[in-house]
Each structure stands twice: as C-alpha cells, then as structure tokens.
Design a binder for this molecule. Structure first.
Ligand SMILES: Cc1ncc(COP(=O)(O)O)c(C=O)c1O
Length: 392
C-alpha cells in the first residue's frame, strides 16, 4: 500500500524556483515545466519535519559537519552501494559543481586536456573551459537505441594526453548505468595513461530494474587511489537547494589538496539545515525512497506508453537509471529550432533541448519525469495536440 502521495501537485511558483519561476519569467506564465533536474515532489516528511524543527530554533549561525553527518554518509555508501569507507575519506562540499571546478583548479594546469563523454551535463562540461582547460569530447555511440562508450576514441585522446576524466555515472542525459565491465575498461585506460578519475555519481540512487550501480573506486585499491567520487542526497531526496554533497577521496594527498582548494575558494561550512536533513534522509527514509522509485518506474512506463500511442516518431532511449528521459526526435525533425517551435512556442512546454548537452544533442530532448503523473500528462497532452502540425 502506498503511504506517500506522490500524485499531489504542488505549485512551486513564487518560491524562487529556478525551474518554474525561471521558465515563467523568461517564457510566460502558461508554461508547463519538465526540464531542470529537480523533482516536483516534496522531500520525505521525515526531512520536512526535521527542517521545520530546525527552522523553529531560530538561530541560523555557522554550522560544521560533525560525526553524525559522516556516519550517515558512511551508512548510506555501505547500504546503497556496498562501499565501506573510513570517515576521513569523506569531504563536505556544498555542491558537486563547485567541487568539480575546484578539482580542475587543483589537479590540472591551464591548457590541460580534460575528457568528458557527450552529450554532457553542461554545468560540469563548461567548468572545464571556464577554468581555461581544454574540453576533450568523446562522443557516446548510439547503437540500437543504447548508448555505449567509444573506447578507441577515448584511447586516442588519452594517447594525445588527458589529465582528468569527468565521468557521469549513471549518465545524464542518456540514463545509461555503466556496468562493471565498462568501468573496468575505463579504469584500465586511466591507469595506462595516468588519468585522474572524477566520477559524479549524483544520480546513483535511481537505478532501474535489471541494472546495478558500480562505484568505480570500488573496483580495486589501485583505481581508488586515482578516483574521486561525488555523491549527494540532492537528487535522491530533492534537497538540491540545501546544498550538501559528499566528496569521497581515498587518496590522502589528493584529499588534502582538494581541502586546500575548498578553503581557497572560501568554502567552509554547510548551511544550518543541510547536515540534519542529510542525516534524516540517509537513515530514516528508506520506505519513502522505495515508493518513490516505484513511482518513477511507473512514470517511465506511462511516458513510454503515451509517446508510443500519440507521438510514435519520438523514440525514448531506454533509461537504465535516473529520473530523466532522453528522447530521439530526429525522425520528426533534425533541427532543434523546429522542436523549440513545436514544444516550447506552440505547446507551451519547457523541456531541456538537446544542444544544451552539446552539439551532438541536436534533434534530442530531455524530459524530467520526477513529477506528479498529472503534471506529466498535461505536458504530454499539450505536446501531442500540436504534434501533427509539426509532423506534416
Ligand atoms: C550529473 C550532475 N551532476 C551534478 C549536478 C548538480 O549537482 P549539485 O547541485 O550538487 O552541484 C546535476 C544536476 O542536475 C547533475 O545532473
């Protein structure tokens, strides 16, 4: 029996929501928004209660991460991924994108080459060039509706010199969950060509049936020594704006250099609300997460069925993980401007258009299905009602 009501539609307008208020401000009040990767679902009630209790305290002074925070992260890493880590490996950072930028600054030099797979989550990709490093793109190969690494391409780039690999695992936007064999091949290449692995595992708590998340650092001690794993409760429990990420760095030298980089950037403390929210999320919300996963699974089935019936030319890439769906629209149009005209301008639906993940994304869209089903239905109906016009 369902205990949590994920069907409840709660307006986020007027909450300074980057997703909703942002879209309404730039595109108009009638927009339906299924783009930015946070969920239109409340955090677990246990977390809401804790945050409310903390809010009532009323003194929002400087905060530090104390052992209960570290213990909660250790407990989660073990329970969720079977990864036992000592407390000292865990470094708090408000956000993963801040942490990655600091890693680029501390572990590479201007002009160094950093490899990422495309299509790519842009805030991480653009931090490479914003830090004056060279963005090296290795395109994922779409074969029979599934994305794969191009190992030969990666190796060619590494032969030419790559200092760091920014791995998104599981992958946003394609929804691929990299399996053990793939990660072993990646790790072998990184050892052979002396590449530091930064693995952003923020989506790792949404792994769909038949797939399993592997933390690359778990493969061997040798790989752990050259790996940094970024985790966070932000996506899983919808806590993005509380800003708490857990950066796990087994290698002591790398860890100390990263910690120095954090201080150099003026990053010291979590917000007042973040550690207690994380502690409750990681220790008291298993039932909520299990129901949420079922809800996400059913949203995916709903979306697949709806598209097959009403917009059959759009091909949803089978998601192995994440609450994001990557949709190949190229049978309808290869031009993003056509898709924008149909979806955004005519249908009044805000999705993430493919080129925001790099040029290779043209002709694709990304949908965020972490939302009440009624909201998705409304968005899809709007798209479908304008669909034949584009098709003709
Ligand atoms: C792959 C990936 N990394 C990082 C982030 C953002 O994480 P944070 O809010 O901790 O910077 C996102 C959010 O969409 C993401 O998809």
């Amino acid at each position: 029996m369902m205990v949590y009501n994920f069907d409840q539609v709660i307006s986020r307008l007027g909450t300074n929501s980057a997703k909703w208020d942002g879209a309404v401000k730039t595109l108009g009040e009638d927009m339906m928004v299924i783009s930015v990767a946070d969920m239109d679902l409340q955090a677990p009630p246990q977390v809401v209660n804790k945050v409310t209790e903390m809010a009532r305290h009323g003194i929002y002074g400087y905060t530090d991460p104390f052992p209960p925070y570290y213990e909660a992260v250790q407990h989660w890493l073990d329970k969720a991924y079977g990864w036992k880590v000592p407390q000292e490996w865990i470094v708090f950072s408000p956000r993963i994108i801040q942490a990655v930028s600091i890693m680029i600054q501390r572990f590479t030099e201007p002009g160094d080459r950093i490899l990422m797979h495309t299509p790519a989550y842009q805030p991480i990709a653009s931090s490479v060039e914003m830090n004056d490093r060279k963005f090296v793109e290795s395109r994922l190969l779409l074969r029979d509706g599934r994305y794969d690494f191009d190992f030969d391409d990666m190796e060619r780039h590494m032969q030419a010199g790559v200092k760091m690999l920014l791995l998104i695992s599981p992958h946003n936007p394609t929804g691929r969950v990299w399996n053990r064999m793939e990660l072993e091949r990646i790790a072998d290449l990184c050892i052979r060509y002396d590449v530091l692995i930064v693995s952003d595992d923020i989506h790792a708590d949404f792994i769909h049936e038949g797939h399993e998340h592997t933390i690359i650092a778990k493969l061997s001690e040798q790989i752990a020594e050259r790996s940094i794993i970024c985790t966070s409760p932000g996506k899983t429990f919808n806590l993005a704006s509380l800003e708490i990420a857990n950066i796990v760095i087994p290698n002591k030298q790398l860890r100390e250099r990263f910690q120095y980089g954090l201080r150099q950037a003026g990053i010291h403390n979590p917000t007042f609300f973040a550690p207690p929210a994380l502690e409750v999320a990681y220790t008291e919300c298993d039932d909520w997460l299990s129901e949420l996963r079922n809800y996400i699974r059913d949203n995916i089935s709903f979306t697949e069925a709806y598209f097959a019936e009403h917009m059959p030319e759009l091909k949803i890439v089978k998601a192995e993980g994440t609450y994001l769906l990557w949709v190949d629209c190229r049978d309808l149009s290869k031009n993003e401007s056509d898709l924008i005209e149909w979806i955004q301008n005519k249908s009044r639906v805000c999705v993430s258009f493919g080129t925001s993940f790099g040029a290779v994304g043209e002709g694709f869209i990304r949908l965020n299905i972490g939302a009440p089903r009624a909201l998705l239905k409304e968005a899809f109906e709007r798209m479908a009602s304008n669909y034949p016009l584009v098709h003709r």
